[in-house]
Design a protein. Sequence first.
Length: 305
Amino acid sequence: MKTVVLYINLFALSMTSCKTNRVDYDASGAFEAVETIVPAEADGVIRELLLEEGQTISAGKALGYIDTVALFLKKRQLEAQATAVLSKRPNVAKEIASLQEELRHAKNEQERLINLVRDDAATPKELDAATAQVNIIRKRIEGQQSSLGITSFSLQEETAPLYVQIEQLDDQLRKCKIVNPITGTILAKYVEVNEMATIGKPLYRIADTKKMILRAYVTSKKLGDFKIGQRVQVQVDKGQDAFKNYAGIVEWVSDKAEFTPKTIQTKDERANLVYAMKVKVENDGYLKIGMYGQVVLAPHSNEQK
């Protein structure tokens, strides 16, 4: 009888052990998010930086600025230079005003002689001389207008490089404003107010945590069960022996095998070759970067115990 009881106990222990080691998921891994390191786009001292780690910030929000005094003064100098150059442009109307008056008198004389010739009170030769005078004054006006136009154009061209430099300074001034590029959560802050920023220096790291990526690993046996665009179920721990389920979409499957990362599964299973895959999941606020998750192909209830 003791022998029978012993066999029964060993059988029960064996069944319990098998149940404990049973893998009821098809892939597992850790959550990550697309992270963006926001760099400084200008050189100078950071005068304002309104952000803290863990803060959620919308895209386009102004977070601060880098000192702009030197750039602003340089722009004022270039604007003054351009104004000084353009002040030399001739006033065409004033420059040719006297010639226009001469032309008016010459035309009046021409009209007077036309009437006199009609009445035989003047000779055609006198009328020809008056007409020639009108034509001469007109040519002088055309020449003066052409000369003044060339001068104005030359001065305008002289200011063109100055305006290009002003536009460049405007671009640099815009880049002194620290504007958040994407909606997300601040993961790390690398600088503080009054520190020196240089172009390309990281200011902070941000990630869009509303759409999380589960980087899971699947064995070669189950690799054929997954396809890009396939809908799957993702489980994360929710208390002891319970899971919280999410709908996920497979958006990438690696075509190259690799050893399982050390953070996944047991020591023996880490020695196996697996394939990486990415599953996109909408985050309700519960999921965190680095949290463990598992993928199942068969549907489950919202909570399993």
